[in-house]
Every structure is written in C-alpha cells, then in structure tokens.
Design a protein around this ligand. Structure first.
Ligand code: ZN
Ligand code: ZN
Length: 634
C-alpha cells in the first residue's frame, strides 16, 4: 500500500470512529499525529474522551483542532482569554498559531489555567474557539527556553513540512515475510564518549544517540555502509543532553539528514544550550566543532518532543516509549517495541538507580523486555560510592571547617545536573542553620541550566516538584544565591576578604570562570577546592586533585603559573551514574527479566567486568562489544 492509500483508509476509519454529528473539514497527518479539523470545534473541545477513544481505536496519537478558516481574530481572542485567566496563574504570554488553530498560553502556574478537572481550560476553549494549550513559563526566566519556543513558532511552515514528510515515511508499505532485528555499535562501547548505536530491522533504521568524545572530539563511525545514506534513517532518538550523547547531532543535519529527532522537552532545550556553548568554546580554543549554530537551529525544528511514558510510532514497525533514567533533567531510557511483539529492546543511556536530590530512581518496569543495553561508567567491582546522604554530611563538615577559618570554597561543576544538586544541598544546610549563612555565587552557565530545570518541574522528584510549585519555597530562588554576570563582579568576589562559596564551570577545570577564582585563591591555605564531579584522566582537574603543588596552564592564550596551598578535597557520592552496587541492584529488580544484556559506556575493563559479573550472578547472556560490531537481537 502506498502512503496515500494508507492515509485514505485511516481517514475512513477516523470517520467511522468520531461521533456521527461531528462535522469534519479535513484530516491531516503530521509526523506521528493524526490532526482532525472540525468547524464545530467548540461543540467537542470540552470532551477529552473523543480524542482518547480515537487514539485507542487507531493506535495513533490524535489531536482535534478547529478549522483555521472559522477562527476568530487572534487579537480579539487574546483579550477574551486574558479576561478568563485568574491572577494566581501568573500569565506570562499567549501565542497564536493560526495554521493549527493553537493558542498557547504560557503561565507560571499552568494548573490555575487548567482549573479543577480541566474545567476552566475547556471553558476557555469553548469561549475562544481556538485549540488552547497551556505550558509552564519558567519561574526563573530562561533565554534558552524562550529562544527555542520563539524559533519554533517563527518557523511553523518548515516544521509543518517536516512533519508531513515524517508522516509519509511512517505510512510507507511494509513487506511481508521473515523479520529480523539487529544493532550496530557506532561509538561509546568499551569507552565513554561519542555514544551511538544503530538499530536496524528489515524495514527501518533508527539511530540511538549521536555523541561526541569530549576529550578527543572523535565522532561516531558514520562511514559504515549500514548508516549510509543518512537520508534513509527513519529517526534519531536522544537519551539525554550531555554532549557524549548528542554532541555530533547537529552535524547530521549539516550532512543531509532531514528526519525527526525524538527526545523529552527538557532534553531538547538543554541540548541546544550545550551544543551552542560547545561552538562558543570551540572558537575560544580554536578547536574544530563539526557544525554551526544554524545546524543546531535546524535540529530544534526537527525535534518531536515526547514526554515520559508517551508511546509513539517512529517507523512503520517500531514504537518508542521514553522512561525516566534518573541521570539528568529529561534523561530517558529509550524502549523500542519492534513489529507486532517481535522484539523489545531498551537503551538505558546514562542512568542512576537511586533517588537523588533532583530525580526519582531510573524506571525498572517495562511491559516487555528481551534485550537491555546498559551503561557501565562505574561498573567495575571496586566502583562503590557513598550514598547521597553520606555525601551531603561530608560536604557539611567541609563547609563548616572552611567557614570557621573565614575561607573561600571553590567548587568546579558541570552546568547541568551536579550544580543543581550541590545548590540544593547548600540551600538546605543554610536554611536549617546547619552551616553559617555566606553568599553563594554561581558563575558560568549554571544559572541558565537551573532556569531550565524550573521550567520542567514534572521531570524532578516529587518532593522537589512540590517545593517548586509552591513559589515561595522554590529552593533555587533562595536569596543565598547570586548570579555572577560581569567580569567586574567576578573580580570583586575574587578580591573580597569575606568567606563565600563559588560554584563555577568548567567541571574539570579545563577552562571557564573556575580558573579565574582558582588563580586568585590557590596560594592561601584557608581556602578550599571541593571536587564533586568526575575528573577524567589528563584533565587539569585530575592533576590538581592528585595533589600537585605547582601547576601552569594556559588560560585564554596566557600562560599562568600557580602555587597551590589551598585545601583540596573530593566528595564522592554526587555522581549522576549508578555505581556498581546500583547497577547490579537495577538488574536484579528489572521486570520483566531480559534474555540478553549488552554493556557499553564504560572503560574497557569496566564493560567486561560488569558483563561477566552479570552473567555469573543472574545467568543472563551478556555481551561487551567493541565499536563497529553488529549483534543480531532477533
Ligand atoms: Zn550523561
Ligand atoms: Zn554519557
């Protein structure tokens, strides 16, 4: 069957399933969504059950929309909607997309717009005649979030064309006959960095992650015949925004990929932030980044965001569901249901199986699971880390000690993940009077990354979510935090005689504002340097951490010599990765138990060690492939 005939038969089915009195003006196919346009929108807009029943009957996502021809002028509707929204919602903006009849309301408290059991929202829909949607405006303004949202609105036409293209690909005919599934490791196996795996069926090709090796700038093996031409890929799925999982993605668009990218909404925003920053860093260090800002923008236009637990067709024979991975904001385990029950495989990406200050532990329940692909960053038998609670206690003792000497504490951090956890720990310690109140300065991209966290509280653990929902208890908005915005301010903090805490990027001290503070404070033994994140072999951070007393490094083209007398401490236990015990516990708790486990995202010995331990303990077939291997799954 060609796409047009499949679309025709789907249209017939839709007509059979909708209420007989619904007047349909057209039925369109947008990527994985069936859009039904009606000129009596107000009659049906209050009833969610119609779309739900349709989705179940068609096994597709369905959106019922008003016929654009019958829409009332947006400026009049804007006033109407504003009059209906209560003050408590803290309305931020209303944007109109006439092509789809959408009116997108951005509010600090979206629940106040939705109302009890969705009542206010359906009244607004009825009254306005528009397809009203509500999204959360970040309580801390985020340039990234508003740029991404604005860019998508401004390029609605190109996006619509892309979605139609995706819908046609999804509707292509599938051959009868023997089916099979296999995966090819294109990067990030027996190593950390440049993660990429190609999942191939007889019908389709899907790429999972498209990373960059942050140390060598190596990219995945795109030259292999099964990955070419890029235009034949059905989809790219990104597990999370760290560059070792998405740092090469914009280059795909540079070299001819025109298809969709599936990831969670926060991953989309964080990914743009980190990729654009990577381009900037590249300029500073005259490194060659394999893409430009225009390719990041194209990637944004091609991203189809998926929430956790929302199942979507991404190829004629593959359905994708993203689940919480517990690692960073929006991080997901990608679960693929292939064929009609032919095979189920899940890729954990990076994963944390412990409740952290920010997230719930990784999801370990799947409807079906035959193969699991899991990371092994801390998969070696000695990789045991303290719990979050122990780590926080240790940090408390160190901070008290430093404050007693009126010293300064410098904490090198990655902008996304660790910074926010450390902020939460310090905020609680100060709020409850366990450590003296001193100013906490945030320098680098930390503030922007924090703002993105507050835009998506649904992705945080339940406690933190509740705190953020109650505006005046949002810990990230605490008055102890100060954002360093100018070099004059940085200079002032550097030379101030008072105690303070500074969180600054980069996390491995390879550049960024952290070096400015370090240079000023290093020769005073009252001060402390606190490591909370992974320091990779060969990084400046690792050299300093190991106890060298003199160091010279290059900062923005200048040679700098530093004599180190400041106190150096490492607090383990803030990692976003599962340690060895958590990985084993994750596997023993998995439901259902997979038949096969494939191990990647770890140094050589960690991969093989974890593989043999899992086999011995659980009697499950394991593999620790090298890059460029193909494994048949079914
Ligand atoms: Zn990661
Ligand atoms: Zn990673």
């Amino acid at each position: 069957m060609n796409p047009d005939r499949l679309f025709e038969s789907l249209r017939e089915e839709v007509k059979k399933l909708v209420p007989s009195d619904m007047n349909i003006s057209s039925i369109e196919f947008e990527g994985p969504i069936i859009a039904i346009y009606t000129n009596e929108y107000d009659k049906f807009s209050g009833d969610d059950s119609i779309a739900r029943n349709l989705a179940q009957g068609l096994r597709r996502r369905v959106d019922i929309r008003p016929d654009p021809k019958g829409l009332e002028d947006s400026s009049i509707v804007d006033a109407k909607i504003r009059a209906m929204i209560p003050e408590s919602a803290q309305l931020f903006d209303i944007n109109f997309v006439p092509e789809t009849g959408e009116a997108i309301i951005e509010a600090i408290n979206p629940n106040e717009v939705v109302g009890k059991e969705g009542q206010l929202l359906s009244e607004i829909k009825k009254e306005s005649g528009w397809n009203v949607k509500v999204i959360r405006a970040p309580p801390i303004p985020s340039k990234t979030v508003s740029d991404v949202r604005g860019y998508l609105r401004a390029n609605q036409d190109e996006r619509q064309a892309m979605l139609e293209h995706v819908a046609r690909r999804l509707a292509r005919s599938v051959l009868e006959g023997e089916q099979w599934v296999r995966m090819t490791t294109m990067g990030g196996f027996r190593q950390v960095g440049r993660s990429a795996t190609l999942l191939t069926t007889r019908e389709s090709k899907v790429l999972i992650d498209c990373g960059l090796d942050p140390n060598s700038d190596a990219t995945p093996y795109f030259g292999i015949p099964e990955a070419q031409p890029l235009s034949e890929l059905d989809a790219v799925v990104i597990t999370h925004a760290h560059l070792d999982h998405c740092g090469t993605l914009p280059a795909l668009f540079k070299y001819g990929y025109e298809g969709p990218v599936y990831c969670t909404p926060p991953t989309r925003d964080l990914m743009a932030l980190l990729q654009l920053d990577n381009i900037k860093l590249g300029f500073g260090e005259s490194k060659k980044v394999p893409y430009e800002a225009q390719h990041v923008r194209k990637e944004m236009l091609h991203t189809i965001p998926l929430k956790y637990n929302e199942t979507t067709d991404i190829a004629p024979d593959i359905r994708l569901t993203l689940h919480n991975a517990g690692h960073i904001l929006g991080s997901s385990i990608a679960h693929f249901h292939i064929g009609d029950g032919l095979h189920n495989v899940a890729f954990t990406g990076d994963t944390k199986f412990e409740k952290t200050w920010l997230f719930n532990p990784a999801n370990n329940r799947f409807p079906r699971l035959e193969t699991l692909v899991i990371e092994s960053t801390y998969g070696g038998h000695n990789d045991i880390q303290p719990s979050r609670a122990d780590a926080s206690e240790e940090m408390k003792a160190l901070l008290i000690e430093a404050m007693n000497h009126n010293g300064k504490v410098l904490i090198p951090v990655f902008a996304v993940g660790r910074s926010q956890e450390v902020m939460l720990v310090i905020e609680e310690l100060m709020r409850t009077g366990q450590i003296p109140p001193v100013p906490v300065y945030l320098d680098g991209m930390i503030w922007e990354a924090t703002a993105i966290h507050t835009a998506y509280p649904e992705y945080l653990n339940s406690q933190l979510r509740t705190q953020i929902f109650q505006q005046n208890e949002n810990p990230f908005l605490s008055s102890i935090f100060h954002r360093v915005e100018t070099s004059a301010m940085r200079e002032e903090i550097c030379h101030s005689p008072d105690a303070c805490i500074v969180l600054a990027t980069s996390g491995m001290m390879s550049g960024g504002p952290v070096l400015e503070y370090f240079r000023e404070w290093a020769d005073d033994e009252k001060n402390s340097l606190l490591f909370v994140g992974y320091q990779s072999e060969g990084s400046i951070g690792r050299t300093i951490q190991r106890g060298r007393t003199d160091i010279s490094f290059n900062n923005r083209g200048k040679q700098i010599d530093v004599n180190i007398r400041m106190n150096r401490v490492t607090v383990d236990g803030f990692s976003g990765h599962s340690d060895r015990r958590q990985l084993m516990k994750y596997i023993s708790s998995l439901e259902p138990r997979p038949d096969k486990i494939i191990i990647g995202h770890g140094e050589d010995r960690k991969c093989t060690d974890l593989a043999s331990s899992i086999y011995k303990k659980f009697n499950i077939e394991t593999k620790a492939p090298l890059n460029l291997e193909t494994i048949r799954l079914r």
